[in-house]
Design a binder for this molecule. Structure first.
Ligand code: HAM
Length: 428
């Protein structure tokens, strides 16, 4: 036998039918929640120029420094498989919308992202995100709206235990000043920090605040915190966001150490976490990025967005989310070529009732065909052989009650419809 080829480490096949059902449910619910709020769906390519992520996510971030899948194409152009969705959406917005003077837009997107991380539970190299981005306003109530929509999505999906953490990184100015203050503080306790955080002092001091190593957590316990150094305008913005969330009944806690792993954020940042997820507990995250559109060559258009991790979300959904539509299953058995031909002609109409209908292509004897119907979990079997055909009837068998009756071939559609639950269109 030829050697088997395995899938790539950290990249998963999705095939379990309950799992697939959960994915569909999340995608449908996301559309149902976001579309009425004015979001249009957008799809961008998996490959982008590497520069796009270096200039947005940030050259000193772990994502760009260590985790990007990059390649040279045949023309030596540096490309990257997108590690996240925001930068490509901004690129597309600048390319297709701002050229027509559009300064406002709302996008919803779904698709695979790639990060060369060490695979573990909830951490993959190919994972999937659903995200949304809003361009055109710096209004703090928009931040509250964005976060409330994510909250609604999770509630509609029946998610039971999740927490929302909120922080403000202030304006770019606030952040630059704070960066210097923090770097000075970290320098003073340098010996107590892990190697990674020592390097961060110069490159990305804010990330030292959410280092998970116990030594670093202890050493930075008294670090100056960002919310204490916000300018009045940023503090006011943050206060309105919080009031907006409270008015929507969205519970949150403030986490002054929440800094996020991407460089483009300012002002509001947030993360939804779940205790059921283990170490990789963030199920969604996002925030405001008011300068990014301009930094990527567009006009000065403020923006905010979020993305959720599909695999993580699906792993904590309630079981019911994996239940399939319950559409009735009908198996058609033809015992000779003409009967098969006739049944073949019925497939389209029967499927239009909303039933799941298959024509048997396998067994030879009636016995083996019936075994296949059982394996397929048929609720109804339609049997047709030469003898029945001559009399113009087919046998309709109820597999649950083990009863059967003869129905005129010309009435098969009607009879079956009357026995199936009313117009059972496939539900998601
Ligand atoms: P992020 O926090 O890097 O943000 O990713 C969002 C979510 O994707 C995470 O909360 C997590 O659930 C999931 N995720 C990230 N990495 C992995 C991985 N290796 N394996 C499995 N799941 C993962 C962003 O990507 C931003 N673009 C979000 C955003 C949109 N900010 C503004 N707009």
């Amino acid at each position: 036998m030829a050697k088997k080829i395995s899938g790539v480490k950290g990249m998963e096949d999705l095939f379990d039918s309950e799992e697939v059902q959960k994915w569909l449910k999340v995608e449908q619910t996301a559309r149902r929640v976001f579309k009425p709020a004015g979001f249009q769906e957008i799809r961008t390519p998996i490959l982008e120029e590497s520069d796009l992520f270096e200039r947005s996510v940030g050259e000193t971030t772990e994502i760009v420094e260590k985790e990007m899948y990059t390649l040279l194409d045949r023309n030596d152009k540096r490309l990257a498989m997108r590690p996240e969705g925001t930068a490509p959406i901004v690129r597309a917005f600048v390319e297709h919308f701002t050229s027509h003077n559009v300064q406002e837009a709302r996008f919803l997107y779904m698709g695979p992202m790639f990060r060369y991380e060490r695979p573990q539970k909830g951490r993959l190299r190919q994972f999937h995100q659903i995200g949304a981005e809003v361009f055109g306003s710096d209004h703090p109530l928009l931040d509250a709206e964005m976060i409330s929509l994510v909250h609604r999505l999770f509630t509609e999906l029946g998610l039971e235990s999740f927490q929302l953490q909120l922080n403000s990184l202030g304006s770019r100015d606030d952040r630059e000043k704070y960066r210097a203050t923090l770097a000075k503080f970290l320098d003073g306790i340098k010996d107590r920090l892990c190697e990674e955080c020592q390097r961060r002092i110069v490159r990305n001091p804010l990330r030292a605040l959410d280092c998970k190593k116990p030594g670093c957590i202890e050493a930075t316990a008294n670090a100056p915190l960002l919310p204490d150094s916000l300018a009045p305008e940023s503090a006011e913005h943050f206060a309105v966001v919080q009031a907006g969330l409270k008015s929507q009944g969205v519970e949150f806690s403030l986490n002054p150490r929440l800094v996020r792993g991407l460089d483009y954020y300012e002002k509001t940042v947030f993360e939804f976490t779940s205790g059921e997820l283990g170490a990789q507990n963030a199920v969604a995250g996002g925030g405001r990025y008011n300068d990014l559109v301009q930094e990527l060559g567009g006009p000065a258009v403020p923006a905010i967005g979020f993305a959720l991790g599909m695999e993580r979300l699906v792993s904590i959904l309630p079981e019911e989310a994996g239940k399939s539509s319950g559409a009735p299953r009908v198996y058609l058995l033809g015992l000779d070529p003409q009967s098969e031909q006739w049944l073949f002609g019925q497939l389209r109409e029967l499927r239009a009732i909303g039933a799941v209908v298959e024509l048997d292509f396998g067994g030879v004897s009636l016995k083996s065909k019936m075994r296949r119907a059982d394996r397929w979990k048929a609720e109804w079997v339609v049997l047709l052989g030469e003898e029945e055909r001559k009399r113009g009837v087919a046998i309709l068998r109820d597999m649950q009650n083990q009863s059967q009756e003869e129905v005129p071939m010309s009435e098969l559609f009607m009879r079956l419809t009357s026995r199936l639950p009313t117009m059972h269109f496939l539900k998601m």
